[in-house]
Ligand binder design. Sequence first.
Ligand code: PLP
Length: 442
Amino acid sequence: MTTATPDILELRKAFPALQRLRRGKPPIYLNNTCMTLRPQVVIDALRRYYEEFPTCGGGRSEGAKKLDNWFQDELREHEVYAREAAGRHIGAGSADEVVWTRNTSEALNIVAHGLKLEVGDEILGSEREHNSNLVPWLEAERRLRARAGDPELVVRRFFELDDDGGFDLARALAAITPQTKVLALGHASNLDGTVIPAADIRALSARIHEVGGVLVLDAAQSVPHRKVDVRDLGVDFLAYSIHKMCGPSGMGVLWGRYELLEQLDPFIVGGDTIADTWQDRVEYKSPPGRFEAGLQDYAGMVGAGAAIDYITDTVGYDLIRAQELALNTRLTERLAPLQCDHFWLLGPEDPSRRGGVITMTSPSGALINAIERIGDEEANIMVRRGMFCVNAYLHRRFDRVGSSKNNLRASVYFYNTLEECDAFADIVERVVTNPLDHFDDE
Ligand SMILES: Cc1ncc(COP(=O)(O)O)c(C=O)c1O
């Protein structure tokens, strides 16, 4: 029985990786939180760069000076198009507010390194920030400690979430003090899929601006799945990864309000970031150029433009949200009843609060191993196990009740089907209901 809608089946045909077979079976790709698959249109865009205009770029935006040769002119058209697309779909005021990065991590590092923080300033986040939105701020803390000559100085603070992982606006607001100069938040969790509601982000934006701080949004898990509008949310900086939304590997975006990008110190500097140099000084380009050091991934930019068009125009966020909800509802209906003292789900039980993510955990690594191994061997299922870069949160919450390490995550995207969810759930059910068969699966 085929229960996927015809639209989804049609869309799947555009993904060459989904047409592959191993041992006569197609892949079941449930690791979309990490990286998504790519449709032919994105692969074609990458090929087009290498086949037609494989040269160095330099066109930063519409206003940039036109280059003078054939290949560069063609590349520049694509660069400008892609940068505008990368800004337009998140509501940016101008393409000049869009900085190409390799990924969300690099984008957040640029902000954490570039803000002019002073001793006494504080940085706030939730207890469950991804390492990419935690470590750059811990490094900022380390630099301020060194400057203050105080190795104990607390610069980065965090507020708690609800017990089920949900966001608590009152707690977040209460944690903002007159010293808070940065509020760095993950918009949607890669662990349990919970999302901070738009009204809460607007309230936080108002409060952080009152105390003279900035709101930095890690949108790695939101922009690929829902319409995000930076102006409507009132954020100051936003980071997302193109490879999590059908685009090329190693492409990401830092968006910032232009006046704030202008005040940010450049991080990685050198070729292409400068307007001019002398033996003893440098004059940097205006943003975004000053943040894009050296030759860039031009094929990636061309591919990014194609991926954004594909997600926004061909697929559409309405279909993405509806399909993710249907899939996660099926997974939840199948897996929630299996919960017992050796297996349970993380995050809220209501799938509509978890986007396309479902994470399960067990005090026994053997069961998690068995699910992953059997899934791979019997059904080509690809999931992710581990700590999902939220080690700090898992240690804090779960070391008391068992190991924080024995987790397995399935994450869907619009091209997954109910049949794929069932194939995965069948294996989880088999393992969880026969635990003794798997205890030596270490
Ligand atoms: C919430 C969140 N933030 C940041 C990142 C880092 O993204 P990237 O690896 O593309 O830099 C991820 C990656 O999974 C993520 O889920």
